[in-house]
Design a protein around this ligand. Structure first.
Ligand SMILES: Nc1nc2c(ncn2[C@@H]2O[C@H](COP(=O)(O)OP(=O)(O)OP(=O)(O)O)[C@@H](O)[C@H]2O)c(=O)[nH]1
Length: 193
């Protein structure tokens, strides 16, 4: 039983590998900016749409079940994507500290160029009001995660120190709601029932 993960995300790959699943990696080449720039609708729906576009892009050229996913950060109705630099990540963390933001996730499965399943997730991230000194130390230690993760943190690692409370699926915070994905994979014969 196998399937294709249409993602270059190390976190998504690790989540599925650690769960013992058999799959291939074939990242989708989708112009996310084209869909995100100027978007003014429901941000969770956008994440689902992006997950669908990634799954479809690969499903149109590969046989079998293709899984695509996307995650965006929503803060006071504004949409944030991954920071482009450590400086931008630091400025954003300074803006988010002491306040609540949401990680909105979308995941979709496609077969033969058609969407067969989709799922939306929302995780409520209550960031503590940490000091400037803490932030400076965090930025010095966080490394690549500042720009490779949508929030500039690895919640399973150093990023946990940023939060006082988190509501939602742990795996969804990391980028892939594993249990709903496992249910879908089993339904499609791509994971052991
Ligand atoms: N390790 C880790 N990664 C996180 C966390 N929160 C968000 N991410 C990652 O942030 C990234 C969000 O960007 P996306 O545009 O959804 O995905 P991507 O990394 O560009 O990869 P594609 O699926 O190829 O588009 C994903 O790789 C998530 O796994 C976290 O707490 N820990």
């Amino acid at each position: 039983m196998s399937f294709i993960l249409a993602s270059g995300s190390a976190s998504r790959r690790a989540i599925l590998e650690n769960a013992g699943l058999d799959f291939e990696i074939d990242p989708a080449d989708v112009d996310e900016d084209a869909l995100k720039t100027g978007y003014s609708g429901d941000i969770g729906a956008l994440a689902v749409r992006l997950g669908e576009e990634k799954a479809l892009a690969v499903s149109r050229r590969r046989e079998g079940l293709v899984l695509g996913a996307d995650q965006v950060l929503e803060f006071e109705g504004r949409l944030f994507d991954k920071a482009r630099s450590a400086e931008e990540a630091e400025a954003r963390l300074r803006e988010l500290r002491g306040r609540t933001h949401w990680l909105k996730g979308g995941v979709a499965a496609a077969v033969g160029g058609e969407i067969v399943w989709r799922h939306e997730s929302a995780c409520r991230m209550v960031m503590r009001d940490f000091s400037d000194a803490f932030l400076a130390d965090y930025v010095a230690r966080a490394g690549d995660m500042l720009t490779s993760s949508v929030g500039g943190y690895a919640y399973e690692g150093l990023g946990a120190q940023l939060f006082s409370e988190v509501e939602g699926d742990y795996f969804a915070v990391l980028g892939l709601p594993l249990l709903p994905v496992l249910g879908m994979l089993r339904d499609h014969g791509a994971a052991p029932a």
